[in-house]
Ligand binder design. Structure first.
Ligand code: NAD
Length: 254
């Protein structure tokens, strides 16, 4: 299959729905073999089916990104199945509970930290090890957020973790730039996904307020983030590394 990642092996975490599913489908459309990974097996298998029904190649590997042994196994399972790893999109994430900092529980902070930051750290660590073992090259993209660039009231734990993703991305980019390994992040604005629907179901007034954050006048859709992630992983972005790419309808332009 022709495409900007034709012949490459791509791994996508958090690919059972939302942004991750859209990105997995775009990787496949652009010619990659895709390892679809998530905590949720049923919806993960559905992503695989969607890819195969469209003529692509994919398989599902369950993984909790906050567990080192599971992430190590995920990279191993990818290499066992397809012989190598070329592109990784570390997208799995959680919203946690939204509260002011003085009301944020330790459990909520730890939950955000373990999935949104430690999960990305464990993924980058194991993916880089594989790229080095292969003799390079490789490309990694992680999903940060505009909350990784600016503060956001009621989201202290999430904001702290996503700022960490941007810092880790820049540091990994510097550490492996001479090895042919590029490391970038995407910073979505407000994207209509199951995560957003959960937040609106807890607080229905949030929907109107959040549209107000978007100068473009609407929420983004998952494919608008997936296209950016796949492009960053492709050879078309061969001089791009250490970048936190904003895809936010102008939300951080003001
Ligand atoms: N939707 C938005 O507005 C928005 C904005 C900025 C950033 N993001 C980020 O985009 C990413 C994708 O979010 P989404 O909106 O598609 O949400 P989503 O809830 O629809 O998808 C997230 C996926 O991650 C999986 N996941 C959660 N914890 C996991 C774990 N420990 N191990 C493996 N998989 C796990 C979930 O099962 C789910 O399939 C997240 O990192 C999120 O923080 C989303």
């Amino acid at each position: 299959m022709a495409g900007i990642v034709a012949g490459k092996v791509a791994l996508v975490t958090g690919a059972a729905g939302g942004i991750g599913r859209a990105a997995a489908q775009i990787f496949a459309r652009e010619g990659a073999k895709v390892v679809v990974s998530d905590l949720q097996e049923g919806p993960g298998a559905e992503t695989v089916k969607l890819i195969r029904d469209a003529g692509g190649e994919a398989l599902f590997v369950r993984c909790d990104v906050s567990k080192g042994a599971e992430v190590e196994n995920l990279v191993k399972a990818t290499v066992d199945a397809y012989g190598r790893l070329d592109c990784a999109y570390n997208n799995a994430g959680v919203e946690g509970a939204w509260t002011r900092i003085h009301e944020c529980t330790e459990e909520n902070f730890d939950f955000n930290y373990n999935v949104n930051l430690k999960g990305v750290f464990l993924c980058i660590k194991n993916q880089v090890k594989q790229f080095l073992a292969q003799g390079g090259p490789g490309a990694i993209v992680s999903t940060a957020s505009i909350a990784g660039l600016v503060g956001s009231k009621n989201a202290g734990a999430y904001v702290a973790a996503k700022h960490g993703v941007v810092g880790l991305t820049k540091t990994a980019a510097l550490e492996y730039a001479t090895k042919g390994i590029r490391v970038n992040a995407v910073c979505p604005g407000v994207i209509r996904t199951p995560m957003l629907e959960r937040m609106f179901s807890v607080n229905p007034k949030m929907e109107q307020a959040m549209i107000g954050f978007e100068p473009i006048g609407r929420f983004g859709v998952p494919t608008e983030i997936g296209e950016a992630a796949v492009w960053l992983c492709s050879d078309q972005a061969s001089f791009v590394t250490g970048h936190a790419m904003v895809v936010d309808g102008g939300a951080t332009a003001c």
